[in-house]
Design a protein around this ligand. Structure first.
Ligand SMILES: [Zn+2]
Length: 691
């Protein structure tokens, strides 16, 4: 039989006509992706070629707007595919992912190598003042020009060829770096005999037994170097000798000599990045990387890190003294070492802040906390949420809501996919199936939040830990950044913003979860309906400041080393270990704390480029969220309408339509200050609370 209508039957190639024009998940099969990708890629190439070959002289409409319209089919297929690859994968999807990744990366590099296209963009940029562009259009033009030049457009053929070689080599190095860390984590095991379990909680013992059984050590217990195994071990094990052993192995990942040693890889990566930056006209890789962020310069990022470093180190010294006292009263006659910190600070936490997880759990029901997140959005942004049951989603546990604005007009479709399952990768994230834009009429966003919470038993509610609840609010904050987006052009829509700005709307949203007013209302006891007792609530909220000297020091040291490594304009053959040691000495790193990520296993920075010279971004965003929430505190109303209005206009709705500093100033009326962050982390001069 001849199959002639195969394409017509591919739902990825049909118009989607259901509510919100959502993807028809029920009909999409893995075998639909490859043909849809192939067709969409062909279409995108033809669209780009037509724009490049347009005989008309370039203008904003026939070049930039045309580019904004191009590649729609590809975006549509790719968004469904990559969302499923993360949240609902299987062997077939994984195979397609391996196959399509290099094809897409090739498509992208061909795009930026298109000199005819770049000539049109460069001509527009050169004549910008005569084009009469509005601010959004100017921003979009700037974005295109920047993306092309940052990818080498306009350089000599020789320079371009070198950039391509560097890019290829860096990709290889990045992949090897990650694999080496994984190999070191896999090859190390600590087998515990029954006598070695002292202090370990039952839940840890159970998972250590499972890990042992999985690897053929039936009846024994295993500690591995995965953070989820080694960290609780360091926290609870009474065996100082075993803690030292585990800690040393954990800290030496990527630095063990032999085939999995990452030091030469890191050194070569730093060298090649610097060369790439030089070819592109930047003084160093850090300068190149940060030119396109809110911080803009390495100096600005360094100055932030340094402003936090001294108070963090002071607080860490106080913490260390307290831990040393506990160790002494425990009969320990030694100076506190890095493998002791987590253990004694767990004892200290119990003394000062302890609440039993089982005490808090009955108050934190998933459904009530989803309501809480919606309630905050209704108070701040006058949104309302109506669950709908007429959509077939990609999993039976996923839920969908129509989100409506003040006048009842639809704003977005929100999908919540909350429970862990084997087909989902770990972690929590926000993504979209379609971003907001209104280039050709209003296109409403379809936003998804994906979590890995454990599902309650049959007919039972699902309960969260407080960290889970914070994650729920965090991702919903990203979600609102996508849903409230109100810009014309897709390139600058929603969460398409700089690395050091993107966590601001999400981290800011977490603050509302921590308001007693919200917890009293949305965290009632599941059986009695009574609100959480005040003492428990306060303990929960105070716990946030616990051990923050340590946490800030281990983080900031990593961020400083990352930046310093990438500031050298022409690094030679760096000895990574020596560089790290020298830098830590220079900043006065406490002996009892190590970097959160030592360079030979610093995957944020070396497994690809996502946080290279940009690990500071987390703290940068935290300055913004701490200072940003103070706008509401100062107004005396956590839902202050005027502050909420500015927050929406300049942050949640603004996408990348403005310079980030300007956006922040628009919301806050001034530049961000670091003091609220110090207060939030309990690092201000006068110690907070009783511990
Ligand atoms: Zn986030």
């Amino acid at each position: 039989m001849v199959e002639t209508a195969a394409d017509q039957k591919n739902p990825l190639l049909e118009p989607w006509t259901g509510p919100f024009e959502a993807p028809p998940f029920g009909r999409i099969r893995p075998e639909h992706f490859r043909p849809a990708f192939d067709l969409a890629l062909k279409e995108a190439r033809a669209e780009n070629a037509a724009i490049a070959a347009d005989p008309e002289p370039p203008n904003f409409r026939n070049t930039i707007e045309a580019l904004e319209r191009a590649g729609r089919s590809l975006d549509r297929v790719a968004s469904v595919f990559f969302n499923l690859a993360s949240a609902q994968s299987n062997d077939e999807i994984e195979a397609i992912e391996r196959e399509i990744a290099p094809v897409l990366s090739r498509h992208r590099s061909d795009f930026f190598a298109n000199e005819a296209l770049f000539a049109r963009i460069a001509a527009l940029k050169a004549n910008e003042s005569k084009l009469g562009l509005d601010p959004q259009q100017a921003r979009v033009l700037e974005r295109y020009h920047l993306n092309f030049t940052r990818n080498g457009a306009g350089l000599s053929a020789e320079a371009k060829a070198r950039l391509a070689d560097i890019g290829e080599r860096l990709a290889t190095l990045g992949a090897a770096f990650g694999q080496n860390v994984l190999a070191d984590e896999k090859s190390w095991l600590l087998v515990l005999d029954h006598g070695d379990l002292d202090g370990l909680p039952a839940s840890f013992v159970a998972s250590a037994a499972r890990a042992a059984a999985d690897r053929g050590y039936e009846g024994q217990h295993l500690v591995t170097l995965a953070r989820s195994s080694v960290e609780p071990f360091l926290q609870f094990s009474k065996r100082r000798d075993l803690r030292e052993k585990a800690f040393r192995a954990w800290s030496a990942r990527g630095e063990n000599g032999g085939a999995t040693d990452n030091r030469a890889i890191a050194a070569e990566t730093v060298r090649l990045r610097a060369e790439r930056a030089r070819l592109l006209g930047a003084p160093s890789f850090a300068h190149f990387r940060l030119a396109d962020t809110m911080a803009k310069t390495p100096e600005a990022a360094l100055s932030l890190l340094r402003s936090v470093w001294a108070p963090a180190r002071d607080r860490a010294a106080e913490e260390e003294a307290a831990l040393q006292d506990i160790a002494a009263s425990d009969g320990g006659n030694f100076k506190l070492a890095p493998w002791d910190w987590r253990y004694y600070s767990e004892i200290r936490r119990k003394q000062a802040y302890d609440f039993d997880e089982s005490e808090i759990k009955p108050y934190l029901q998933l459904d009530r906390l989803i309501e809480a997140a919606f309630y905050v959005a209704s108070r701040l942004f006058r949104l309302s949420f109506t669950e709908r049951f007429d959509l077939e989603l990609y999993d039976k546990d996923a839920r969908a809501w129509t989100v409506m604005g003040p006048g009842g007009a639809p704003v977005a479709l929100f999908i919540g996919d909350y429970f862990a399952r084997p087909s989902k990768r770990s972690g929590a994230w926000m993504s979209d199936f379609r971003g907001q834009q209104k280039l050709d009429g209003e296109e409403l966003p379809i936003i998804v939040n994906v979590m890995n919470f454990s599902k309650g038993g049959d007919g039972e509610p699902s309960f969260l830990s407080f960290d889970d609840a914070r994650t729920l609010f965090h991702e919903f904050g990203h979600g609102l950044h996508g849903m409230l987006s109100d810009v014309i052009y897709p390139t600058i829509s929603g969460t398409n913003v700089a690395r050091d700005f993107v966590e601001f709307p999400s981290q800011l949203y977490e603050h509302w979860l921590e308001q007693p007013e919200i917890l009293r209302r949305f965290a009632p006891h599941c059986k009695t309906g009574e609100p959480m007792p005040e003492a428990l609530l306060q303990k929960l909220l105070n716990a946030r400041r616990f051990n923050q000297g340590f946490a800030t020091v281990e983080y900031t040291a990593s961020a400083l080393v990352d930046l310093e490594l990438h500031l050298d304009p022409a690094p030679g053959d760096i000895d990574i270990t020596a560089f790290e040691r020298k830098e830590l000495e220079r900043i006065g790193m406490p002996d009892a704390i190590t970097m959160r990520h030592r360079t030979p296993h610093f995957q944020h920075v070396f497994s690809g480029d996502s946080y290279s010279a940009a690990y500071y971004s987390y703290l940068w965003s935290e300055i913004l969220d701490a200072d940003g929430f103070e706008a509401f505190v100062e107004a005396g109303d956590i839902f202050d309408p005027a502050a909420a209005r500015r927050l929406k206009d300049f942050v949640y709705a603004g996408g990348d339509s403005r310079d980030y500093e300007e956006a922040y100033r628009g919301f806050r009326g001034r530049d961000p200050l670091p003091e609220p962050l110090l207060r939030k982390r309990g690092l201000e001069a006068a110690p907070a609370g009783d511990a």
